[in-house]
Design a protein around this ligand. Structure first.
Ligand code: DLL
Length: 434
C-alpha cells in the first residue's frame, strides 16, 4: 500500500471535493471582498457580490487576477490581513519590473508545509530520508517550502542552498543524502560535475529527486534518472499562489495531482479567456481556498497544460495536470508558428551526442523571423570531420523542422560554452524588436 500523507483530503469522492471547494470558495470571496480593495473594485465594476457565487460554475463569472494586479498593489496592497499577522514574506523571481511580494500568516505556513509534505510523500520521501535542498534560500519560495515540508514529514533536512556544485557532491557522499531537491537544470549540472570528478552515481545513496520550478521534458527525466541513479519526480507551484505545493507527482508519474481542497483549477483559452472543457490544452487558472494573507481569485498562471480527471492507480482522487508545455508568455511565435522551447528540448534529448544544454536565439532578418538553436555537442562530434559534422547538423535540423513545423538553423557549440545556471534555466534570447 502506497503512503498517502493526508488521505482525508487526497482521496475524497468528486462530489465531496466539490462541496468542500464551494464552501471554501465562498469564505475566500467574502474575505477578499471585505479586505482587499483590488478585488472589491473589480467585483463592483462587474456588479457582482460574493453572495452571487452559488455554485462552482459561477466561478467563471468572476474577474481574473494577474501579475500586473500584484505589481500595481506593490508591495502589500493585495494582503487580506494586517501586516502584523504576516509572519513570512517571499517574492517571486520576476525578471522585469518590480517583483511580486507574497505573504503568509502562521496558519498559511502550516497549510503550506502540509501541502509540500503531501507531494514529497507521494514522491516516496519518508521520515527515514536525508533531504538535500539545493534551491537557493532567500526570497525564492522553493527552498523554504521544501525545507518545512521535509521537517513536517520528519525527514532530516540539509539546507545546502544552491551553487557550490563540488561541495554539493561531497555532502551528498558524506552525509548520504537520499533525496535531492533542486531545479531539473541543476540536476543535470550536478550530473555533469560528477562525471568530470569521476564520481559514480551508484556509489551515492540518492533514491529520489524532487525537481520543479521550471518546465522539463520526459526525455530530460530519463536522462536525469540514468545519470543520477534516482527516481526523478516533478512538482509544480508558483509564489503568488503559495510556492511549491500546488501539485506533485505520485509514483505513477502520469501527471501532477493538484491539491484541490486548497486550490480550484480551471483551464482557459489564453486568447479568449473562455473556460475550456476538461482535457483541453490551455492556460491554468488557480483560485486559492485556504490562504489567509494573500487569497488569489482566478489567478492567471500563464502556464500551458491540461487536466486529467481519470482515476489514478495511486488511490488519490485529485485531478492531475500534465507537465507544462511552457508559459503562454514564453511561447515564441516564429513565422506565425507557436513554438515552445520544451518542444525543441524533446527533440534534442532524443539525439545521441547532443548535450542537454541549449539556447534559442530569435532574431528578425528583414521581415523574416529567424530561429537559431545553439546546442552543445560531445567533443567527438564537435571535433569530427566536416563532412560528418555537416550530416549530423542536417539530421538535427530536419528533426526540429518536423517537430515544430518551422525551420531553424542549428549551430553546434563546444561543450561547456553555454552558461550554466544554479536555479532556473533561461534558454531564450529574443533579439527581435517588435
Ligand atoms: O518556482 C515555485 C516552485 C519552487 C515550484 C520549487 C516548484 C519547486 P515562482 O518562482 O513564482 O515559483 O515561479 C513560478 O515557475 O508559473 C511556472 O511557469 C514555473 N514552474 C514551477 N514549477 C514548475 C514545474 C516557483 N514543475 C513559475 N513545471 C510557474 C513547469 C514550473 N513549470
Amino acid at each position: 500500500m502506497e503512503l498517502i500523507w493526508d488521505p482525508t483530503y487526497e482521496c475524497m469522492e468528486r462530489e465531496e471535493i466539490e462541496q468542500l471547494q464551494l464552501e471554501r470558495l465562498q469564505a475566500t470571496l467574502n474575505r477578499a471582498y471585505k479586505n482587499v480593495s483590488c478585488y472589491r473594485n473589480k467585483f463592483n465594476e462587474l456588479g457582482i457580490v460574493p453572495e452571487d457565487i452559488r455554485s462552482l460554475a459561477d466561478l467563471a463569472r468572476l474577474p481574473f487576477t494577474t501579475k500586473e494586479d500584484l505589481r500595481l498593489n506593490y508591495p502589500y496592497g493585495m494582503f487580506a490581513v494586517p501586516l502584523r499577522e504576516v509572519v513570512r514574506i517571499h517574492s517571486s523571481s520576476g525578471t522585469t519590473g518590480k517583483p511580486t511580494v507574497v505573504g503568509y500568516t502562521k496558519h498559511d505556513l502550516q497549510t503550506w508545509s502540509g501541502l509540500v509534505a503531501r507531494f514529497m510523500t507521494a514522491a516516496g520521501v519518508t521520515h527515514d530520508d536525508v533531504v538535500q535542498i539545493a534551491f537557493g534560500y532567500g526570497l525564492f519560495t522553493g527552498a523554504f517550502g521544501l525545507h518545512y515540508g521535509s521537517e513536517t514529514i520528519g525527514a532530516s533536512v540539509i539546507p545546502m542552498s544552491s551553487g557550490n556544485t563540488e561541495k554539493q557532491i561531497m555532502i551528498m557522499q558524506d552525509y548520504k543524502s537520499t533525496a535531492l531537491v533542486c531545479t531539473p537544470t541543476y540536476a543535470i549540472t550536478l550530473a555533469d560535475k560528477m562525471e568530470r570528478m569521476g564520481v559514480d552515481p551508484n556509489s551515492l545513496s540518492l533514491k529520489v529527486g524532487l525537481f520543479g520550478g521550471e518546465p522539463w521534458s520526459e526525455s530530460m527525466r530519463k536522462e536525469i534518472e540514468t545519470r543520477l541513479g534516482l527516481s526523478a519526480t516533478d512538482n509544480y507551484g508558483l509564489s503568488e499562489v503559495i510556492g511549491p505545493g500546488v501539485a506533485g507527482e505520485c509514483p505513477h508519474k502520469c501527471g501532477m495531482h493538484i491539491f484541490e481542497d486548497a486550490f480550484i483549477a480551471e483551464i482557459i483559452d489564453p486568447e479568449t479567456c473562455q473556460v475550456l472543457p476538461p482535457g483541453s490544452v490551455g492556460e491554468l487558472v488557480l483560485t486559492t481556498l485556504t490562504k489567509e494573507a494573500l487569497p488569489m481569485i482566478r489567478y492567471r498562471t500563464r502556464d500551458i497544460t491540461s487536466l486529467d480527471y481519470s482515476k489514478c492507480a495511486c488511490g488519490r482522487t485529485l485531478v492531475r495536470m500534465k507537465k507544462t508545455m511552457g508559459r503562454s508568455d514564453d511561447m515564441l511565435i516564429i513565422k506565425g508558428v507557436n513554438v515552445f522551447p520544451s518542444q525543441i528540448e524533446e527533440v534534442l534529448f532524443a539525439i545521441e551526442g547532443c548535450q542537454p544544454h541549449y539556447q534559442l536565439v530569435v532574431d528578425r532578418v528583414g521581415a523574416m523571423d529567424d530561429l537559431e538553436v545553439r546546442i552543445e555537442v560531445t567533443e567527438n562530434i564537435f571535433f569530427d570531420e566536416m563532412k560528418r559534422q555537416r550530416a549530423f547538423l542536417e539530421m538535427v535540423e530536419k528533426k526540429i523542422a518536423s517537430m515544430l513545423g518551422v525551420g531553424a538553423t542549428v549551430k553546434l557549440v563546444e561543450p561547456n560554452s553555454i552558461p550554466r545556471q544554479e536555479g532556473k534555466a533561461s534558454r531564450v534570447i529574443d533579439k527581435r524588436k517588435i
